[in-house]
Design a protein around this ligand. Structure first.
Ligand SMILES: [Zn+2]
Length: 116
């Protein structure tokens, strides 16, 4: 296994520094580069199996969040990982995973299985 993959999934390493400044921009879909993206579901995965899925929905006064245990989730690695589910209006989207890996945070991009 190379340092650029975990469990055989493709990964990338980002090295973008902003000099401590707060910046705001739009998230572009990693697969089609469109900015009509939504993140409503986040998974927090542990190595021991105590993993949760958090979902946000609705708008304004009707917005709500829910959390549910993921008893059969994949391992978060040796430590833990956070997975953002990217819903894209222009393509099937996928997942961006942040894995705590050997003292660094590794970023993986995983398109949904039926993604071309
Ligand atoms: Zn897309």
């Amino acid at each position: 296994m190379s340092d650029d993959s975990i469990d055989g999934r493709e990964s990338i390493l980002l090295g973008v520094g902003v000099g401590g400044q707060i910046r705001s921009t739009f998230l572009a879909c990693p697969w089609c580069n469109d900015t009509w993206t939504h993140i409503d579901v986040v998974d927090v995965l542990s190595a021991s199996g105590s993993s949760f899925e958090i979902t946000a929905s609705g708008e304004d006064e009707t917005s709500r969040t829910t959390a549910r245990a993921l008893p059969n989730a994949r391992s978060g690695g040796r430590r833990h990982s956070v997975v953002l589910h990217i819903d894209c209006e222009m393509c099937p989207g996928g997942e961006i995973s942040f894995l705590q890996h050997k003292g660094q945070t590794q970023v993986e991009l995983s398109p949904v299985p039926d993604h071309e």
